[in-house]
Write a protein that binds this ligand. Structure first.
Ligand SMILES: NC(=O)c1ccc[n+]([C@@H]2O[C@H](COP(=O)([O-])OP(=O)(O)OC[C@H]3O[C@@H](n4cnc5c(N)ncnc54)[C@H](O)[C@@H]3O)[C@@H](O)[C@H]2O)c1
Length: 351
């Protein structure tokens, strides 16, 4: 049964080149943009592989210092390199951290970005940028940072360790779940969100069991694409708010998302029943929060915030921060209930 409420639907331009071997199209995609001076962006660990992949591109310089959280001083170095090299395009190959550098350069220069994602966090499909300064991360939305071309090639993620694959995939599932109950959601985004949950929840256990499974890697990238596309046009809610607060306390991004998600779903369950029913349909499960927790337990990733660096004494602090500046959420965001949620996530209790 359809119940259409009023909504506004916004879509963003996207050119997606998808499939095993798609990275071979990189040169054609760059020249399709008319670019002749490419700044290549990667992390240090992946630098040599990325340079080899880009050997046919007109590369004028390589920024291989991409790190987590896009710290302002590292971003400034990347921006200066792009300017000094007179680059007319950025090609970022890596996870959300590396792509974040392409976005940060685009934010001030307007340079087009070609993103080649190798994790499942979905950043390549959004207009959201983030730059950290000390312990705070400033984020915003700007169409300039949206990559002009995204190349999804599952062969590039075959070496992504199972635990990193699983955690970044859970991050993507969290985008889909929150898009399903976003206050500014709409039927098209819900379709993508449900399909994203379906693709990722089926793919992640297969990837953990067989990291070289190209089909499962391919399904996970498809899910990541859908997941990024959902939050590109909807707001995020309590789950993302809690993860931003916990990120500020130094907790790792993807793992925090993975642990908090089932508990945030339990918190919102009664207030977002239609969304939860869609998540259940996608997972072929009866109780979405419990099923999400069970899925994660099988992926071999941390299940307790205590394991990834949260101190018990910081639970109330985090709850207060989330209550003081809440994101719109289906259920009222209340301090005592959030403390309970975080305690459960801290201890790894089944929601
Ligand atoms: N702006 C957005 O819309 C958005 C969305 C999601 C995440 N993010 C941001 O992205 C960051 C997290 O990104 P992430 O979870 O994708 O992980 P990541 O980019 O931090 O990478 C995780 C790890 O995987 C390694 N890695 C990446 N590709 C690999 C490969 N092919 N083989 C082997 N190892 C590989 C990296 O070196 C790193 O150690 C956070 O800063 C988060 O804020 C932004």
């Amino acid at each position: 049964m359809f119940i259409m409420k009023q909504f506004v639907y916004v879509s963003h331009p996207a050119r997606v080149v998808f499939g095993a071997g798609a990275a071979a199209q990189l040169g054609a995609e760059v020249s399709g943009l008319g670019a002749k001076r490419v700044l290549l962006i990667s992390s240090r660990a992946r630098g040599d592989k990325v340079k080899a992949m880009a050997r046919d591109l007109p590369v004028v310089d390589v920024f291989d210092h991409a790190v987590m959280h896009t710290p302002r001083e590292v971003v400034e170095a990347a921006r200066m390199m792009a300017k000094a090299a007179n680059a007319d395009c950025c090609v970022a190959v890596g996870g959300g951290s590396t792509i974040g550098f392409g976005k940060a350069i685009a934010l001030t220069s307007g340079l087009p970005v070609v993103a080649v994602p190798t994790t499942y966090s979905g950043s390549e499909m959004t207009t959201i940028w983030g730059i950290s300064e000390g312990k705070t991360k400033k984020t915003g939305r700007d169409p300039k940072v949206l990559p002009r071309v995204v190349i999804y090639d599952p062969q590039l993620s075959l070496e992504l360790p199972p635990a990193v694959s699983a955690a970044s995939g859970m991050n993507a599932i969290a985008h889909c779940v929150e898009a399903l109950y976003a206050h500014d959601g709409n039927p098209i985004v819900s379709l993508m969100a449900e399909e994203g949950i379906r693709a990722l929840t089926q793919a992640l256990p297969k990837i953990v069991a067989t990291p070289g499974d190209v089909e499962a890697r391919s399904d996970a990238l498809y899910g990541a694409w859908l997941a990024g596309s959902t939050i590109a046009t909807t707001s995020v809610a309590l789950h993302h708010k809690l993860c931003h607060v916990l990120g500020g306390l130094g907790l790792p991004h993807a793992e925090t998302h993975a642990i908090v998600l089932p508990h945030a779903m339990r918190y919102n369950y009664g207030a977002a029943l239609r969304a939860m029913k869609r998540a259940e349909a996608a997972m072929r499960a009866e109780n979405a929060p419990a099923a999400m927790w069970q899925l994660e337990a099988g992926l071999g990733i941390p299940m307790k915030l205590a394991e990834i660096g949260l101190k018990r004494m910081d639970i109330e602090r985090a709850a207060r921060a989330a209550v003081e500046a809440p994101y719109p959420n289906p259920r009222k965001v209340e301090f005592a209930a959030l403390v309970e949620l975080l305690q459960n996530a801290y201890e790894g209790n089944k929601p």
